[in-house]
Design a protein around this ligand. Structure first.
Ligand code: 6CS
Ligand code: FE
Length: 308
């Protein structure tokens, strides 16, 4: 298969233009209006305040705490700990491993937006819950998710969107996600060289497939010097395009930050072989098995599944 987005091939990094649309659907395809869709197209993300009520957030947070407790002593690759400590950083594959998050991943409120943005049926390519406890939560260095998914997992085109449900209030000072608006339109072809089983390290601290300083400066310049932050109340939902440059700082405030994270991919954009010599990453990071379009379902989080 042709590689439209080569990266980690040359020793020197470079920047190329995106070859795919950012927005695939239109207003008549789903819940977002033209203003919201335009914002997403221009900026590469949209932050929807309070899509979930406080009661729903309580339930979500309880489920997250429960999942975290259940995994405290679980030693498995899908339970990622912080470097040099026992602190859980992420738990992957929650849309398969827990009944609650499985239902949540097909919630019509989320899926209908993903379908609209991608203009297609969708499936989950990756899911996780992330924790950034007060005082000790560590950073995520700048990266494009698509770069990793393309080079290490074989995602052919830019037709995926990440959805992050924010479960604690996000402030400027507790390590919110930072995004470079407009960077979804450019692809940083990163410098070559990726160690074997890179993911074992990159999920704690990514050092390969990250942009060089010059490219990052260039991206911030093209946005007019803007770096946006996904700040807002718990219950808000952030949708961000697969190639937008993003990252977050550590959390030295007393306030924890946690979120649930689903990656929706177009059903026409299923994973192929990695666009590199690397061994494909495990299923918990990059879903390949039993791929079926999600049927959006109404799901009252505070009650039981309304309809299955
Ligand atoms: O590995 C992944 O799939 C995700 N995690 C990191 C640290 N970088 C790329 C992508 O966001
Ligand atoms: Fe990311």
């Amino acid at each position: 298969m042709k590689d439209f987005y080569p990266s980690r091939v040359n020793p020197e990094p470079s920047i190329m233009e995106r070859k795919d649309p950012v927005l695939y659907g239109s207003q008549s395809d789903g819940p977002l209006n033209n203003t919201e869709l335009d914002f997403y197209k221009q900026n590469g993300y949209i932050f929807l305040e309070k899509m979930f009520t406080d009661d729903e957030v309580d339930v979500l947070r309880k489920e997250l705490d429960q999942t975290m407790n259940d995994h405290k002593s679980v030693e498995r690759p899908d339970v990622v700990r912080e470097q040099g400590s026992d602190e859980i950083r992420s738990i992957f594959d929650v849309h398969k491993n827990t009944e609650f998050f499985q239902k949540l991943s097909s919630h019509e409120r989320l899926v209908n937006i993903a379908r609209q943005l991608l203009g297609d049926d969708v499936y989950i390519n990756q899911s996780r819950i992330n924790f950034k406890p007060g005082f000790k939560g560590k950073e995520f260095y700048w990266h494009s998710d698509f770069e990793t998914w393309h080079v290490e997992d074989g995602m052919p085109r830019m037709r995926a969107v990440s959805c992050s449900i924010i479960l604690t209030d996000n402030y400027e000072y507790n390590g919110p996600l930072m995004l470079i608006p407009g960077s979804q339109n450019y692809y940083v072809q990163c410098a070559s060289g990726t160690p074997d089983s890179h993911f074992e390290q990159s999920l704690k601290k990514q050092e390969f497939g990250t942009p060089d300083n010059e490219s990052l400066k260039w991206l911030v310049d093209q946005s007019g010097g803007r770096i946006d932050r996904a700040t807002g109340p718990a219950g808000s939902v952030l949708f961000f395009e697969s190639n937008i440059m993003h990252g977050s700082s550590g959390n030295i405030s007393p306030f924890p930050r946690s979120n649930v994270f689903f990656v929706f991919n177009s059903i026409q954009n299923k994973l192929e072989k990695p666009f590199s010599d690397l061994t494909p990453r495990p299923e918990f990071l990059a879903n390949r098995e039993n791929i079926k379009p999600i049927q959006p379902k109404p799901f009252d989080l505070t009650k039981k599944l309304i309809q299955s």
